[in-house]
Design a protein around this ligand. Structure first.
Ligand SMILES: C[S@@+](CC[C@H](N)C(=O)[O-])C[C@H]1O[C@@H](n2cnc3c(N)ncnc32)[C@H](O)[C@@H]1O
Length: 870
């Protein structure tokens, strides 16, 4: 977000009142630019300091009266409420104390003709009914001298208690007690929703964004606004609502006139009143409608020389749903003309309209046809990785006022650019761009990575990247970029040292891994697990997958049965099957694997004799594969009781437990689940040679491309299958180079710092997704478990839906990728539990950005509603 703020800040005087502005959490990048534009429209000055923090949606501002606040409320689409602050404090207790000490503040509310009610508005976490009652009782008790009657329906005054649990950093959070002053224009998106709009097209602008855009161009009475690419009029309607007279141009005759097939599925042909004008009639805005001209936006000559618009607002075609077209002759081909005849030209004929030219023409149009101080706002697509301001179109007569990003996918976004006309353009002064990023490829090609010789680079490129990536169990590009910076610095340092030394870092390493890495790893894990991790139990691996495969194939060359939960990490199941390990699925409960069933199976499979012999020979009879905590896909945690029992059971039947402990460190609530390995105490009399292996990875803590992990294993197993392994003696330690670079980051605390950030990000994301699911999922859908860490939440579908069809529906219809429960099924195909357990959807939160997740989750809930016929 780039801003031009009003200077100088307002001077503080004694009479200043303080107001709390609470914004919607939608479209955070647009919040402040919209506010500033509205303030500029009304001549209201804003102090930069009030709006500095972009990790909050609550802002305190000071004005000498309510008047400017009411003006802001009357226009701002992303503003939820404003409160006049009476008290504020660091926490509820100190707020209560302040209120008790100042009861006289409420004297002015003793009038009989007044009425009031109390509201508790917690930000960042839902309030239960019990919590609301508790707060109401606690805080209304303080207001004993408010004698006006309570009126819950139509009170004259609403006292609000606002507890902020969302602002970052946490030290900036406060609690407020105040009077609700009013609501912003959040309801406009509902009033003008597309579902009820008579005429819409495939690319009709989303009403909320359209209102924001109208605010950015300051649509208002006694002005004329032009949308040169007006389509169905999605940008004209909100401008008209704010009082502008509006005019559009549209090259497509059918769209402009509302003819042909409706864009709504199953609606057939458009009826007479399904037109742009019909929409204006529907919303009672007829007087504001000037016309929609069927014409080409690139032909600026259609406008009278001295005609000026106060605003130009547009969503030009950028080749995803709507192609750019302009009037012109196509290249003629010989076979179009019969021999001996002259080819007749048909006008108007349309040719391709190059993406970059679309924007340059639009800037030129604005430079010549806007009134001075008039505003131009339009959407501009960018590739996020390569974006810089150099790709934006420029014109010396236009000043860029704001630049807000709406993330569309991990690769692409669109930016709403707002310009102000400073002066009339000089002769021959034209718009230009420093770097034409669309010269050789279209935006669609760039977005889809379909450049001439493009080959898949990541696993996800091969498997498909959706607009909403709620399928991938991996950190997103935003985390990887941070890791790239960290690795760059550490690499430079470590390699400089290597050059100065004997270069041993690049030699064959010892099988267990570089000693310094193991030291640093043990300290890191001890701090994260909050109990000592013995360095002697650790070895370096190339990530959890290779750790599992390597050890299993080493310990069980003749294969053995692998027991696992019936729903489990699908790629582990695939891998084990491909290695021809027989798999046996065990029931899963809300706190992990069903131990009763497990014991029954083991007691049936292994005789007392088998067990005795195996123990004498230090051999294992089978393997249990588990993701004990924040399980994949269900998010469950294995309870401490179950952990204890499980270790006992493994010892009793001589079973080796392989734990994928890949999410343990990623808890949300500062509570660490002990890994199972810690329960297998070497001092216990029945310890034997140990029964648990903990498989860890930096794939989720740093990035998967590093191929770096560790295994924590009993000493006897380490000696036999790792330190003395011929494979590792021949090849040397796995991944010495990366381990040595990461050692640096473990030692200087960078890994811990990033892990903290990831935890916080995941917590916010998961809580947001859960809140949307709780509010918007129909009751037929059940969330399996509310996760308190990790990446996943699993939703069980009602019987009349099928997970595979749901996955397909979201992929094809919404470009939303999720994972179906079938994939995680490790039981038999005719198991009667399958319908109950596998008919679900796993949502993963790590990869997308928060904005994408919010949009994706809403689409998911809406889609499911549609599918169950609500
Ligand atoms: C992304 S859509 C705009 C949608 C519109 N904002 C709405 O809410 O319906 C772009 C529109 O520009 C039109 N268009 C493409 N090239 C054009 C041109 N040269 N002149 C005018 N309109 C054009 C397309 O037919 C399409 O309807």
């Amino acid at each position: 977000m780039t801003l031009n703020l009003v200077e100088p800040p307002v001077k503080k005087s004694r009479e200043m009142k303080r107001f709390l502005f609470v914004f919607s959490q939608n479209h955070p990048d647009f919040r402040i630019p919209e506010l500033l534009s509205v303030c500029d429209l009304f001549g209201i000055e804003i102090d930069k300091k009030w709006i500095e923090n972009d990790k909050t949606h609550l802002y305190v501002m000071e004005f000498d009266s309510e008047d400017p606040v009411k003006k802001i409320l009357s226009r701002t689409a992303l503003l939820r409420n404003v409160f006049e602050i009476i008290f504020d404090s660091e926490d509820l207790d100190s707020l209560e104390k302040k209120m008790k000490e100042n009861p006289q503040i409420f004297d002015s509310f003793n009038e009989e003709h007044l009425s009031w009610r109390f509201k508790f508005r917690r930000q960042g976490k839902k309030t239960t009914d019990e919590e609301f009652v508790e707060m109401r009782e606690r805080f209304t008790e303080v207001m004993t001298n408010v004698k006006a009657p309570v009126d819950l329906k139509n009170p004259k005054i609403e006292f609000s208690l606002i507890e902020d649990l969302s602002t970052l950093p946490e030290t900036d959070r406060r609690v407020y007690f105040g009077i609700t002053l009013g609501e912003g224009q959040l309801n406009l998106k509902t009033m003008y929703n597309l579902k009820d709009r008579k005429y819409i097209g495939n690319s009709t602008m989303d009403p909320e964004l359209a209102f924001i855009q109208s605010n950015l161009v300051q649509a208002r009475p006694n002005t004329v606004l032009l949308d040169p690419f007006c389509g169905t009029g999605g940008l004209l309607i909100p401008a008209a609502h704010f009082g502008s007279t509006v005019v559009g141009t549209e090259i497509n005759y059918l769209v402009a006139r509302g003819e042909g097939k409706s864009a709504r599925k199953g609606e057939g042909f458009l009826t007479k009143d399904q037109t742009v004008f019909g929409n204006f009639e529907q919303y009672n805005l007829k007087e504001k409608y000037c016309d929609v001209i069927i014409g080409d936006a690139s032909r600026h000559g259609v406008w009278r020389e001295n005609l000026r618009f106060e605003a130009i607002s547009a969503d030009p075609p950028y080749g995803i749903r709507e192609k750019g077209r302009k009037v012109g002759n196509k290249e003629r081909k010989e076979h179009w003309t019969l021999p001996g005849s002259v080819h007749e030209q048909h006008f108007p004929e349309k040719t391709k309209y190059d993406l970059n030219q679309v924007y340059l023409d639009l800037m030129d149009l604005a430079a010549s046809k806007l009134a001075i101080n008039g505003r131009l706002a339009f959407w501009f697509p960018v590739i996020r990785d390569t974006y810089s301001e150099d790709v934006l179109p420029r014109h010396e007569a236009l000043e860029l006022i704001s630049n807000c990003e709406q993330v569309l996918t991990s690769k692409g976004s669109r930016r709403l650019l707002t310009f102000k006309k400073l002066r009339e353009p000089k002769e021959d002064e034209k718009s230009y761009v420093i770097e034409d990023s669309y010269e050789k490829t279209t935006f669609r090609q760039k977005l889809q990575g379909k450049m001439a010789n493009a080959r898949p680079v990541t696993l996800f490129d091969g498997l498909g990247i959706g607009r909403y990536m709620m399928k991938a169990g991996a950190p997103g590009p935003h985390v990887l970029k941070k890791v790239a910076v960290m690795m760059k610095e550490a690499t430079e340092k470590v390699m400089s040292e290597t050059i100065e030394s004997d270069g041993s870092l690049l030699q064959y390493g010892t099988p267990n891994g570089p000693p310094e890495f193991l030291d640093a790893l043990a300290s890191f894990l001890s701090a994260e697990y909050r109990e000592p991790v013995n360095r002697e139990n650790l070895v370096l691996s190339a990530g959890a997958t290779s750790g599992l495969v390597y050890l299993l194939t080493q310990i069980f060359p003749q294969k053995t049965t692998v027991y696992t939960e019936k729903l489990t990490y699908f790629l582990a199941v695939g891998m084990l099957k491909s290695l021809e390990f027989p798999i046996c699925g065990v029931n899963i409960e809300s706190d992990g694997i069903d131990l009763k069933e497990l014991e029954t199976r083991w007691s049936e499979a292994f005789s007392v004799e088998d067990v005795k012999k195996a123990k004498e020979e230090n051999r294992f009879l089978a393997v249990l594969y588990l993701v004990p905590h924040y399980q994949n896909p269900t998010g469950t945690e294995l309870s401490p009781e179950k952990c204890q029992k499980l270790v006992k059971l493994a010892r009793k039947y001589s079973i080796l437990i392989f734990c994928d402990d890949v999410y343990n460190i990623l808890h949300y609530n500062d509570k660490v689940n002990r890994r199972l390995f810690a329960y297998d105490n070497v001092r216990d009399p029945d310890y034997g040679i140990g029964h648990v292996i903990s498989n860890g990875t930096f794939s989720k803590l740093l990035s998967p491309g590093l191929r770096l992990g560790w295994i924590e294993l009993p000493l006897e197993l380490k000696r036999k299958y790792w330190s003395q392994s011929w494979i590792l003696i021949s090849g040397g330690s796995i991944n010495t180079y990366t381990a040595s670079i990461v050692t640096e980051l473990l030692k200087n605390g960078e890994v811990s710092k990033l892990v903290k950030e990831i935890r916080l990000e995941n917590k916010t994301k998961m809580e947001t997704v859960l809140e949307i699911l709780r509010e918007e999922l129909p009751k037929e859908f059940k969330i399996w478990h509310i996760p308190s860490g990790g990446y996943f939440v699993y939703i069980l579908l009602p019987e009349n839906l099928n997970s595979e069809e749901v996955v397909k529906f979201f992929k094809e219809k919404h470009d939303l990728l999720v994972n179906g429960g079938e994939n995680f099924w490790a039981g038999l195909s005719d198991d009667e539990d399958k319908g109950r357990l596998a008919n679900g959807i796993r949502l993963a939160i790590a990869y997308p950005l928060l904005d994408e997740l919010i949009e994706g989750s809403r689409i998911f809930c809406r889609g499911l509603k549609e599918m169950v016929g609500k």
